[in-house]
Write a protein that binds this ligand. Sequence first.
Ligand code: MF3
Ligand code: CO
Ligand code: CO
Length: 289
Amino acid sequence: MILSRNDSCWCGSGLKYKTCHFEFDKKIKILKKQGYIVPTKKLIKNKEQIDGIRKSAKINNGLLDLVGEKIKEGMTTEEIDILAYEYTIARGGIPATLNYDGFPKSICTSVNDEVCHGIPSKDVVLKNGDIINVDATTMLNGYYSDASRMFMIGAVIDEAKKIVTIAKECLSKGIEAIKPWGFLGDIGAAIQEYAQSNGYSVVWDFGGHGVGLQMHEDPFVFHIGTKGTGMILVPGMVFTIEPMINEGSHEILVDEDDGWTAFTADGSLSAQWEHTILVTEDGIEIIAK
Ligand code: MF3
Ligand code: CO
Ligand code: CO
């Protein structure tokens, strides 16, 4: 559909196109002509959609706060899963991972050498010294938010504390690399630089992703890469950054029995943190954390 300058803007603001997204669309069109990779309109969220994602994230953030309060030695990952399910449902949300592509649970729980997509189980009992990633994706009124945090169980050795800290700092470096009208590749470059300079490797097989109207949208957000390459990041884009950092090699394997759990090929520790980020006119907003 071609909008004329006096039509109301496609973003739903109620303003005339000429006073709203007209210049914005022109800028994208010019960049595209110059050979840059630009997002499609579908990847640019309007106010109403951003509000919906924020409300979904309120549940997702509250859930991870609750997990932080309750998680302890002796608990099974299935108990955390039940907590997540009940918290989300009670607030009108739906745990988006439940039955996603056959994934059987409401959250992912990945312990020690597990990289991501661990399946909560009554057989996995949290032990003193464990590090665990809990990854939650909430859907509320059709809007998705996605975040994960690491938790340390009891007395954790310094080696494990360090990878948890560096993984979090990798996420911060990635976020700091975002500039409105900058490049997607800047994010991966910053993360890779920071992880490797601290002696860790970055997992390649999984990345962040657009999120909001679906759990996984374009673009794929690499956690390695080259500055000044990839899609242009424009205000209104919502995506996750979720670097997975390994102590040893970046190589991972996926459990053949459950078809989901990714773990480090060399058995070394892995850590991950994930936020959902909105690109704004003058920077970013962390929506889910
Ligand atoms: N929350 C995960 C992510 O960060 C997605 C998990 S999909 C599942 O992208 F099926 F493994 F749960
Ligand atoms: Co996630
Ligand atoms: Co994600």
